[in-house]
Design a protein. Structure first.
Length: 158
């Protein structure tokens, strides 16, 4: 018997149960979640959203008819990953470069109205809630977090 195995016995790896949110490819998961969100009556695309751009870096309004549900799915997945997320951080995530003609491109945050409305719809559904004040942070609202119902809904997608 080799002495190396006596000194360093092999340990059995612990099997941790990962949820399907992290196991699946993010784009596939978001499409499946968007399909599931279409069945939830609270997640309806507002009439005004067909006429607005998603941010100042864009030139034209959104063409995709399923954009609202896809963006809602992406936002819910971000909240699942990062625990507590506010509108401003999501605006930064969905921002893009603005073409300024001869001047160099600059990053611009996306518009907040779409994100705010999606978060309000998910609050009505009961998937998210406004996070309580965190210790050592100013008394501003720190953002949204998933409720137990929201986590179960996201983990049920497979």
């Amino acid at each position: 018997m080799n002495s190396r195995f006596i000194l360093f016995p092999q340990r059995k790896a612990k099997k941790t149960k990962m949820t399907s949110v992290f196991e699946m490819n993010s784009s596939e998961y978001n499409l499946k979640l968007a399909e599931a969100l279409k069945k939830v009556p609270e997640f309806k695309q507002p009439e005004w959203s067909k006429f607005v751009k998603s941010g100042p870096g864009k030139e034209r309004p959104i063409d995709d008819p399923e954009f609202w549900h896809k963006r809602a799915a992406s936002i819910l997945r971000q909240i699942y990953k990062k625990k507590i997320v506010g509108v401003n951080r999501l605006r930064t995530k969905y921002g893009s470069k603005k073409n300024r003609g001869f001047k160099p491109e600059e990053f611009r945050k996306s518009g907040g109205k779409i994100i705010r409305t999606i978060l309000q719809q998910s609050d009505k559904t009961g998937f998210t809630e406004i996070a309580k004040d965190i210790k050592d942070v100013r008394s501003k609202k720190p953002g949204r977090q998933l409720t137990k119902k929201g986590k179960e809904f996201l983990e049920a997608i497979n």
